[in-house]
Design a protein around this ligand. Structure first.
Ligand code: 6PG
Length: 242
């Protein structure tokens, strides 16, 4: 399936477009399958999208929220992706608590938490085959990482697990793995800011080593879609794409 790539004039337009796409996918998923499953990105770019979604009247009992990755900190920590999503969105809507599928970060051993989350996914989706999220939101770092898949780290080689530990330097993070991410029905990258320009150009270049820019590993069975603001994509040739 061809990638969809849109360059928006600014981050506000990017977030508005992301909301439209998300609401369409919610409706489609619930109509076709009776539920909508989304894995959230962390960081700062998606926060205004979450704030927009908090204003929507939706069938919250049919919406299940997961995370694509999580810093290995308590959910009260300022760096927590869960904390950001709850404060921006989930604490403001009547979504059943059991529909919020947090990544655990309590075990002294991050690998145990990754395994526990995978078991939770297998319980929710069934473990007959690798599941497809209806939507996975992703961003990219200035270094070309996505989720917690950082350049030249061991997790890039994992092919037999759905969830694992990704390291940013010595800092552990829980992350969905490439095989699980690539099973998504729809992956939406949201990339904003001039600091992303170099990484984005590398990701869109034909001969880039994905171990240098792990976002290049993301080739979902479903639709891959990029929303890029002018600052991040000003020099990008949009006729090509990953
Ligand atoms: C995280 C994210 C990470 C993020 C990128 C972009 O936990 O930080 O999941 O992959 O998407 O680092 O972050 P910004 O949106 O803050 O630029």
């Amino acid at each position: 399936m061809e990638s969809l790539i849109e360059r928006l004039p600014n981050v506000e337009a990017l977030v508005e477009r992301a909301q439209t796409i998300t609401l369409e996918l919610i409706q489609t998923a619930i109509t076709q399958r009776g539920q909508f499953t989304i894995a959230l990105a962390g960081g700062s770019t998606p926060k205004p999208l979450y704030e927009h979604l908090a204003t929507q009247s939706l069938p919250w009992d049919k919406i299940h929220v997961f995370w694509g990755d999580e810093r290995y900190v308590p959910p009260t920590h300022p760096d927590s992706n869960e904390r950001m999503a709850r404060q921006a969105w989930l604490d403001h809507v009547p979504i059943p608590p059991e529909n919020i599928h947090r990544m655990p970060t309590e075990s002294p051993n991050p690998a145990d938490s990754a395994q526990a989350y995978e078991q939770h996914l297998r319980t929710f989706f069934g473990d007959a085959e690798i599941p497809s999220f209806d939507l996975i939101l992703l961003g990219i770092g200035d270094d070309g990482h996505t989720a917690s898949l950082f350049p030249h780290t061991a997790v890039l080689n994992v092919c037999d697990r759905w969830v694992d530990v990704g390291y940013r330097g010595i800092d552990p993070r829980i992350t969905l793995t490439i095989p699980l991410l690539n099973q998504a029905r729809h992956i939406l990258f949201m990339v904003a800011g001039a600091s992303k320009e170099t990484a984005l150009a590398a990701i869109f270049a034909d001969n880039t080593n994905p171990f240098d820019y792990p976002a290049r590993f993301i080739r979902p069975v479903g639709q891959l879609q990029w929303l890029i603001d002018q600052a991040a994509g000003q020099n990008l040739n949009l006729s090509v794409g990953p």
